[in-house]
Design a protein around this ligand. Structure first.
Ligand SMILES: CCCCCCCCCCCCCCCCCCCC(=O)SCCNC(=O)CCNC(=O)[C@H](O)C(C)(C)COP(=O)(O)OP(=O)(O)OC[C@H]1O[C@@H](n2cnc3c(N)ncnc32)[C@H](O)[C@@H]1OP(=O)(O)O
Ligand SMILES: NC(=O)C1=CN([C@@H]2O[C@H](COP(=O)(O)OP(=O)(O)OC[C@H]3O[C@@H](n4cnc5c(N)ncnc54)[C@H](OP(=O)(O)O)[C@@H]3O)[C@@H](O)[C@H]2O)C=CC1
Length: 425
């Protein structure tokens, strides 16, 4: 058994964001490789009319957990759902649940966040800043806590071209931002949001940077680390290649290309596409948890989980690979033959959006109306173009992330654990 997997044996682990894309892969890896762990507490909010037990059962029923069920038949017993809602200042955790979390938790992985780029600043601050502060307060009352791992994003400081593994201060202190959200009304917050986020593209990257400042300022004596993944895509190898469960980041646009919906996108083909498979992010995150607990660094270390300076790929190459893949393995019921190209200026982008996106959607919806069916392509195309407008910033810029801490961590790993992590770089 790997040194890292053995470390988690007997441990009680608290995961926020467990029902999310990364959270599911984190749980799967822990259960598959450290089945001797004591318990995984998952903070889950009741959603879409489902109880948290129903949500957890539905989560464990997905294909991702097929392999785990072979090696960890009692996986349902290992998972302890805890009702919580990070939209509430007290996280809406019941008294008894809170007592158990405080008394038992050895490791915290804080993955929960709003990852929407267009979230209202009030909500983004609540989830990505205030909830982090609340969890740090909880962690400070955990006598058995060995490590608290905060998942941020490599784009928290995307307003810089070169980003080191340090926490960069934001112009306004997180406490002032959180306090102002208590009394400003939504319309005023909307008015001042552009000034507050400054040269960051959205509330997501801004509030992830604020969350890092809270970790730095309010972690006290906690044994902390921050992991900054870049653009997280489908699984590379574990538990099987190609698993993804959302349309975020590249996934939605790749599928839209395969369906023949996306025909052109404004991108800089020579810009670095810093993509990282979700299982690599999880492997690094578990290694960070182990290293932080065992070696107890003197300060909060930040680890860039990025590929750009170790195994660079350009958007142009990625686009060609996407098209070649769909040539070989076409998606079912495609709207058109997959073909897409990059545009590099606003005029050609506007032209191709009209000719290749809006017009065909209008024509097809007209046909659907004529044949008595509900039109839907114009709405879908508008959403796709809105998504692209949000993502364009990230595919027309390049960043350089230092990876000293990540490479130091790799040097501390056993050959077996190193192989798991190096499989991607
Ligand atoms: C030349 C060849 C080209 C080949 C193509 C390859 C191009 C790849 C480009 C990849 C670019 C990737 C850049 C990513 C950068 C991320 C950087 C930061 C990473 C992080 O740290 S956080 C994780 C990333 N976060 C996100 O990606 C969130 C971004 N999304 C949003 O913020 C919202 O989805 C958005 C964009 C504001 C849209 O909101 P909204 O209109 O409200 O839509 P919903 O999200 O509610 O979804 C409504 C509806 O649409 C479906 N949907 C969502 N996304 C997509 C999509 N990308 N494509 C198609 N359809 C999509 C969704 O399923 C919903 O459907 P319903 O049926 O449920 O209504
Ligand atoms: N995906 C990516 O490309 C990248 C992600 N990251 C970071 O990784 C982490 C996980 O991201 P990812 O898995 O993609 O995100 P997802 O959107 O897939 O998951 C977000 C998780 O947070 C939970 N959550 C959201 N709001 C609440 C709430 N009010 N109360 C309780 N839980 C809540 C969600 O629960 P529910 O299921 O109930 O909605 C879900 O489990 C985030 O911190 C993100 O910033 C960093 C870099 C890249």
């Amino acid at each position: 058994m790997s040194m890292i997997a053995a470390f988690y044996g007997g441990k009680s682990i608290l995961i926020t964001g467990a029902t999310g894309f990364m959270g599911k892969v984190l749980i799967e890896k822990l259960l598959r490789t450290s089945s001797e762990l004591r318990a995984i507490y998952v903070l889950v909010r009741p959603k879409a009319g489902q109880t948290l037990q129903q949500r957890v059962h539905q989560m464990l029923d997905c294909k991702l957990f097929d392999k785990v069920k072979e090696v960890c038949p009692d996986l349902h017993a290992k998972i302890r759902p805890i009702s919580a809602d990070l939209d509430h200042n007290d996280l809406a955790i019941g008294k008894e649940d809170m007592q158990e979390l405080l008394s038992c938790t050895n490791i915290v992985f804080h993955c929960a966040a709003t990852v929407r780029f267009d979230d209202h600043l009030r909500h983004a601050v609540q989830l990505n800043v205030k909830a982090t502060q609340q969890l740090l307060l909880m962690a400070s009352q955990m006598p058995k806590l060995e490590a608290f791992i905060h998942i941020s994003t490599a784009f928290a400081n995307c307003n810089l071209k070169h980003i080191d593994e340090v926490v960069y201060p934001c112009p306004v202190e997180p406490k002032q931002i959180m306090d102002s959200m208590e009394w400003l009304d939504d319309s005023i917050i909307e008015e001042i949001t552009p000034k507050l986020i400054g040269d960051r593209p959205n509330t997501y990257t801004y509030t992830k940077a604020l969350g890092e400042m809270v970790v730095q300022q309010e972690s006290g004596n906690l044994n902390m680390a921050i992991v900054r993944p870049s653009i997280v895509g489908a699984t590379w190898q574990e538990p099987f290649p190609g698993w993804v469960d959302n349309l975020n980041g590249p996934s939605g646009l790749i599928i839209a290309t395969g369906k023949g919906l996306l025909r052109s996108i404004r991108a800089t083909p020579m810009a670095v596409a810093d993509l990282i498979p979700v299982d690599t992010v999880v492997n690094l995150t578990l290694a960070v948890g182990w290293y932080t607990a065992v070696h107890r660094p003197k300060s909060t270390l930040i680890y860039h989980c990025t590929s750009g300076n170790l195994n660079p790929c350009k958007w142009g190459d990625m686009g060609l690979q996407v098209l070649a893949t769909f040539e070989k393995i076409p998606l079912e019921r495609a709207f058109r033959r997959p073909y897409a190209d990059f545009t590099t200026n606003s005029i050609t982008t506007h032209y191709w959006n009209t000719v290749s996106h809006r017009a065909p959607a209008l024509i097809y919806d007209f046909y659907l109306r004529l044949t008595g069916r509900k039109p839907r392509f114009t709405k879908l195309m508008n959403r796709l173009l809105k998504t692209i407008s949000m993502l364009e910033y990230f595919i027309n810029n390049s960043w350089e992330w230092s990876t000293g801490n990540m490479e130091m961590l790799m040097s501390e790993l056993s050959p077996e654990d190193k192989r798991e992590l190096r499989s991607t770089y």
